[in-house]
Design a protein around this ligand. Structure first.
Ligand code: NAP
Length: 296
């Protein structure tokens, strides 16, 4: 966290779930924001966010909520972005900063170019590399972004001041901000985050649809639960990620399938040496490459 906190007068948070709620909590904790206006689909989420003190007022209409905004953060599932951009375009003040937390960046940028062409100097796309398998405002907490990366993928049109202000906002949450090319971001995240989620969902289904399902779950070891924790994540969010980052995810799945083929071949051929070497290389890569980098 920086000593000098940014002062956001009126933050409009479209989406007050795990990520949006945690951002509001983190900014309020260090007094970096005066007023938070929350937008969600359901009144239930709005009431809970008000009760928890995460937002100061609630509106269900995003277009109305952005009037007078200093900063707008879009934190809803990805496929709702184009419709929301359209809805806010008319009332978004010319001097308001806008950013998002979507897990895929090229899709968001394309939607912003289409629906917010007059605001591109002040639209700074972002993605906090932080989360849990839980969702909703009740799962949010102020410490979520501490010592985590937040990736910004600035547009060529962005002013330096806009990028600096969004960067300062995230720094105030305790995050470490880095800038990245959007296509590179989508390719890296497809391999490191999207592929593991696809595999975890598939593995759970593999056991859930097995004729001996009950026995399978009864005797599943701790490793199975560790490995599949992320399969408890929100299905709508992961549907949207798969549908908005198609090519990089398909490439990552293909790459993974060829690794499974290596194992299938070695097992069929009874090639113990190849299996030992394969597992040894993977263990060495994990032990050396990921040590100290594990986040949760
Ligand atoms: P979440 O906890 O499910 O919250 C989503 C919020 O968006 C809820 O307040 C929901 O309102 C609202 N919402 C959904 N559709 C909407 C619509 N059409 N119009 C207005 N509001 C709508 O989701 P989250 O985990 O915070 O994820 C939000 C975004 O962050 C996603 O784009 C995701 O890719 C990104 N992200 C997630 C993670 C993670 O680990 N979860 C990490 C990094 C980035 P209701 O409560 O009324 O349904």
């Amino acid at each position: 966290m920086t000593d000098l906190q940014p002062s956001i007068e009126r933050l409009v948070l479209i989406g007050i779930g795990l990520i949006g709620g945690s951002l509001a909590r983190a900014l309020k904790r260090v007094k970096a924001v005066d007023q938070v206006i929350g937008v969600a689909r359901s009144r239930t989420s709005g009431d809970l966010a008000l009760d928890l003190g995460v937002i100061d007022s609630f509106q269900s209409d995003a277009g109305e909520a952005v009037r007078g905004a200093s900063v707008v953060v879009v934190a809803t599932p990805l496929r709702s972005f184009p419709g929301l951009f359209q809805a806010i375009a008319e009332n978004l003040p010319g001097d308001a900063l806008i950013t998002d937390v979507g897990s895929v960046k090229q899709y968001v940028i394309d939607a912003a170019r289409r629906h917010l062409p007059g605001h591109l100097d002040r639209f700074v796309p972002g993605h906090p590399i932080a989360g849990t398998e839980r969702s909703g405002i009740g799962a949010s907490f102020a410490e979520l972004f501490e010592q985590r990366h937040v990736v910004l993928t600035p547009l060529p049109e962005n002013s330096d001041a806009a990028v600096r202000a969004i960067s300062d906002m995230w720094n105030a949450t305790g995050a470490d901000v880095i800038n990245m090319d959007p296509a590179y971001h989508d390719q890296i995240l497809a391999a490191t985050s999207h592929l593991p989620h696809v595999i975890a969902y598939s593995l759970v289904r593999c056991l859930a649809e097995h004729p001996q399902r009950d026995a399978m779950f009864e005797f599943a070891a701790g490793g199975f639960y560790d490995f599949t924790r992320i399969a408890s994540s929100d299905p709508v969010m992961w549907r949207d990620i798969c549908m908005t980052n198609r090519e990089p995810i398909l490439a990552a799945i293909d790459e993974f399938k060829s690794r499974l083929d290596d194992i299938i071949g070695a097992v069929k051929e009874d090639d113990g040496e190849l299996l030992r070497q394969y597992f040894t290389d993977a263990k060495r890569a994990r032990d050396s490459g990921l040590d100290g980098k594990k986040k949760k």
